[in-house]
Design a protein around this ligand. Sequence first.
Ligand code: RTP
Length: 155
Amino acid sequence: LVASMEDVEETYIMVKPDGVQRGLVGEIISRFEKKGFKLTGLKLFQCPKEVAEEHYKDLRSKPFFPKLIDYITSGPVVCMAWEGVGIVASARKLIGSTNPLQAEPGTIRGDLAVQTGRNIVHGSDSPENGKREIALWFKEGEVCEWTPALAPWLR
Ligand code: RTP
């Protein structure tokens, strides 16, 4: 049985500055590509403080918030929009636990990172936040709706 279009979700995935500087952009993109998800938006972006603060607004009261904003704005990030059946939960699984030492081997953080404050990648935690974050990080026209020309394996 093949999933229907109603099961397709959008998520915002971001390679954080440490992931970019460690040369892990290709590795991270390729994990989502190989899984079978569809890339609909991609850019390298030096994010202003206001965007980082809006993105992490739910964490505003946390003691680590100022350090988190410094980290995310410390260098360019790679912003990505991805689409797929059940992608929000699946991407979180592929990424692994927030603390990379607790992330399972085989996950991105489990294989490639050590510290919570340097955990190389972000993934939206709900379909609603997926839409909200894509709208926050991408301008009108930067996200591309497309259908594979030959094989409809990607949805
Ligand atoms: P993300 O939003 O980046 O995918 O991370 P997450 O859902 O796994 O974790 P969340 O609790 O939303 O925290 C967002 C990011 O803040 C940093 N953080 N630092 N105790 C700390 O120092 C601490 N806790 C969280 C991490 O970069 C985390 O990914």
